[in-house]
Design a protein around this ligand. Structure first.
Ligand SMILES: [Fe+2]
Ligand SMILES: [Fe+2]
Length: 135
């Protein structure tokens, strides 16, 4: 069983966003696997970098939609994104410098953040974009 199982309750109704969320779930699962099998630091670093890059590009997809359609809750949504990127970047820096290790606490933080953000924040954006004609 994967660390995070995709659940239909994560669906926002916007295909591009849902596909990107599926990929993020897979990437967090890959990082969890890398930790569990004790992959080396270089390999883990690479997985973390890929996760950071993909997260940034996913957030930018959502933010472009929010700007384009003048989403009224854009500011708080965007600040959640920014805070997460800052936290993950701090972890990444600490990991690369050998000051922090990849632990189940870190994994749980990533998982809980993603699951909560999708269910509470992205799921508000989905219906709004649907009303604007997106699918
Ligand atoms: Fe979001
Ligand atoms: Fe999202």
């Amino acid at each position: 069983m994967p660390y995070i199982s995709w659940d239909d309750k994560f669906i926002t109704g916007i295909r591009l966003i849902d596909d990107q969320h599926k990929k993020l779930v897979n990437m967090i699962n890959d990082l969890h696997d890398a930790m569990m099998i004790g992959k080396g630091k270089q390999a883990v670093s690479k997985v973390i970098q890929e996760l950071v890059d993909y997260t940034v590009s996913h957030f930018s997809t959502e933010e472009k939609f929010m700007i384009k359609y003048s989403y009224p809750w854009m500011l708080p949504h965007r600040s959640e994104h920014k805070k997460f990127v800052d936290q993950v970047s701090d972890f990444q820096k600490g990991y690369n410098e050998g000051k922090i290790s990849l632990s189940i606490e870190i994994m749980n933080f990533l998982k809980d953040w993603l699951v909560n953000h999708i269910q509470n924040t992205d799921k508000k954006l989905g219906p709004f974009l649907k009303e604007k004609g997106l699918s």
